[in-house]
Design a binder for this molecule. Structure first.
Ligand SMILES: [Zn+2]
Ligand SMILES: [Zn+2]
Length: 334
């Protein structure tokens, strides 16, 4: 990323040898997340250019710094959004490192994984379940931070998911395993996303302008559309929760207090903790969670971003790096 709003450009960078707790990683695949668009569009504060986007990285350790104990060369690792925390602020000390006042973030305040190689702090990287890199990459944000939102939604049996993209299609699989009933809300008229949701076990799918057939216990908003907050509040029962999972949303329009009345709650989830990461990867391995992905070559990152922006991706968009096993396999075919 050379400038806000400008198309990404390929660049050659010389990476230094990994220091202390760092690992040098050969990336195999990197998920393309809605947050990447918010960074690219300058909707988040303190964006420094040039910057390499990407915070759902699956790769192999090439070299480990002298203090690294968890991983060694050849290990497969996942690099999530949370890149580093201070460890001493009140949030870090209280176990809420996701709110750290001095945190840094992969592909936002640090270079990320739209790259052939990257450096990361090994203490924030995650071991992964086995599987193809491209199908695991979306677990690292869509799955992981989506799951934080899912837990924040509480014991909801009837769960609304607004925006049926990368995160929702993974959570629908988790919800089905836990006997919850998913109600999927897509862009009005997006029949293919609605079919996709039903295929993944949703009991109902419709446009965000439609009413669910019954009151919901909770709703999670993945679409970055503030106007969905009053709509979701109108869809949940008294005592129900509306959880906003995105890092950025358009402004929330004013709405009558009666939508919030009845002890309904609106909250957001921010980032992840390393504990979230460990718990979710364990769950993903146990449930054999797999993302349904649309694959792009690294060189096609701009096209992947524009398809995501246009709501054209089914499941998750993932970049595959030159030299990663699946890409090499593709090239070897006659
Ligand atoms: Zn901190
Ligand atoms: Zn993300």
């Amino acid at each position: 990323m050379v400038a806000r709003g400008a198309p990404l450009e390929p660049t050659e960078l010389e990476l230094p040898a990994p220091r202390e707790n760092e690992i040098l990683i050969a990336a195999e695949a990197c998920g393309v997340c809605r947050t990447d668009l918010h960074v690219l569009d300058g909707e988040l504060p303190d964006i420094h250019c040039p910057l390499t986007l990407g915070h759902e990285v699956v790769g192999t350790v090439v070299e480990a710094g002298p203090a690294v104990e968890r991983f060694r060369a050849g290990d497969r690792v996942g690099v999530p959004w949370l890149a580093h925390t201070c460890g001493v602020c009140p949030y870090c000390r209280a176990g809420h490192e996701n709110l750290c006042l001095a945190a840094s973030f992969t592909g936002y305040t640090r270079d990320g994984g739209y790259a052939e190689q990257m450096l990361a702090d090994a203490r924030y990287c995650l071991p992964l379940p086995s599987g193809p890199a491209a199908e695991l990459a979306p677990l690292l944000c869509a799955g992981l931070i989506g799951y934080r939102a899912y837990r924040a939604a509480g014991e909801a049996t009837r769960l609304g998911l607004y925006g049926f993209g990368a995160a929702a299609h993974l959570l629908a699989q988790v919800a089905r395993c836990e006997d919850r009933r998913v109600f999927a809300f897509t862009r009005p008229g997006d029949r293919s996303a609605q079919r996709f949701a039903i295929d993944l076990g949703a009991v109902w799918a419709g446009g965000s302008d439609e009413r669910a057939p019954e009151p919901l216990d909770a709703a999670i908003l993945f679409a970055p559309v503030g106007a969905l907050i009053p709509q979701a509040l109108a869809a949940v029962r008294p005592g129900g929760r509306v959880v906003c999972a995105g890092i950025h949303m358009s402004d929330v329009p004013s709405f009558p207090y009666r939508l919030l009345w009845g002890e309904r709650q609106v909250s957001s989830v921010a980032n992840l903790t390393r504990r979230d990461g460990a718990e979710f990867m364990e769950l993903a391995g146990r449930l054999k969670l797999r993302a349904q992905v649309e694959r792009f070559a690294l060189a096609d990152a701009n096209r992947a971003l524009e398809r995501l922006r246009g709501g054209e991706v089914t499941g998750a968009a993932v970049l595959e790096m030159p030299g990663s096993p699946s890409v090499a396999g593709t090239e070897a075919r006659p």
